[in-house]
Design a protein around this ligand. Structure first.
Ligand code: PLP
Length: 312
């Protein structure tokens, strides 16, 4: 796939302050102007562009009741007056603000045991086709080359900002989940030949699986013809799994303290599932690796409704 150069800064970057001896900046993906923004909003735009080009008339995706992806997709569908099915694992079906929003968007929720998710998706797609509909399927988390492309675009915005402001970010650090946010940033770096470190702080998956998924997304995007070596891909993929906690949405005391402090000090909302974990992990990572005096860019990947879940 080709790089789409985009010189418009779609989300702001601003200086936050000194943290762990580094100058910390934030790229505010949470301020993308649709449905509380976030990385799923950036990915969703590309999926819906393809959906509309394909002439689809309904959408099917999957994710948990706390999924930012499912909230954004169901909102996009609602804005187009298009029916949206969400297949959801009953193991992660607690009431959250994102679930309340999915209901507001009239998403058709099908909650099944996690072991039945795959078959339920297949059955729903078949059923819709039998009814003469044209469903468009979006993988969970906005996985796939379009999701990766969204974060190649984001990487290029970061480069444009650096050129305009005369600054260089030594580190880009962010929450890594299903992997295409990291894959896109790494592809952006590899394709432009930049030297800097991109650090994905895993919020759930462990090595090697979590890292392997990122690597595969990078290879898929670059394609078989790519001049970029496997060694360069391996070298550029830093996937840190020390901060996953007990699981997906478990806020340990340290994460809660970071969320509260960052909100008080900077007015920046983080959440317990993604950005709070990544921010806490980032500070520990910088300290442990004695990284000081560097320019660090934290990507705020969104999840604002989850911030309010934490306040309860
Ligand atoms: C989904 C999500 C992530 C992880 O992004 P991936 O592309 O799945 O790795 C990080 N932060 C937030 C707020 C998310 O919703």
């Amino acid at each position: 796939m080709s790089i789409v150069r985009n010189s418009i800064q779609r989300t702001p970057i601003h200086a936050l302050g000194t943290e762990a001896g580094c100058s910390l900046f934030v790229k505010r993906e949470d301020l993308l102007p649709f449905s509380f923004g976030g990385n799923k909003a950036r990915k969703a735009e590309l999926f819906f562009r393809e959906l509309e080009a394909d002439g689809a008339d309904c959408v099917v995706t999957y994710g948990s009741s706390s999924s930012n992806h499912c909230r954004v997709i169901s909102n996009k569908a609602a804005s187009l007056g298009m029916p949206c099915w969400i297949i959801s694992p009953e193991e992660a079906s607690e009431r959250t603000n994102n679930l309340a929003l999915m209901e507001l968007f009239s998403a058709k929720m099908e909650t099944v045991p996690v072991s039945r998710v795959h078959d339920t998706i297949e059955a729903r797609l078949e059923q819709l086709k039998t009814e003469g509909r044209r469903p468009y399927f979006i993988p969970g988390g906005g996985h796939g080359n379009l999701g990766t492309q969204a974060y190649v675009d984001c990487y290029n915005e970061i480069r444009d900002y650096e050129t305009a402001e005369g600054i260089h970010f030594d580190y880009i650090i962010h929450a890594s989940g299903t992997g295409t946010t990291q894959a896109g940033l790494v592809c952006g770096k590899l394709l432009s030949g930049d030297s800097r470190e991109i650090i994905g702080i895993s919020i759930a998956r462990k090595c090697p699986r979590g890292r392997d998924v990122v690597l595969q997304s990078i290879r898929d995007y670059l394609g078989a013809e790519s001049q970029i070596s496997e060694a360069a891909i391996q070298d550029a993929t830093n996937f840190v799994d020390d901060y996953t906690g007990d699981g997906y949405a478990v806020a340990c005391k340290e994460i809660t303290e970071t969320i509260n402090r960052v909100m008080r000090q900077y007015g920046l909302p983080l959440d317990a599932t993604y950005t709070g974990k990544a921010f806490t992990g980032m500070l520990d990572y910088l300290a442990k690796n004695r990284i000081a005096g560097k320019n660090v860019l934290f990507i705020h990947t969104g999840g604002t409704p989850l911030f309010f879940d934490c306040l309860k």
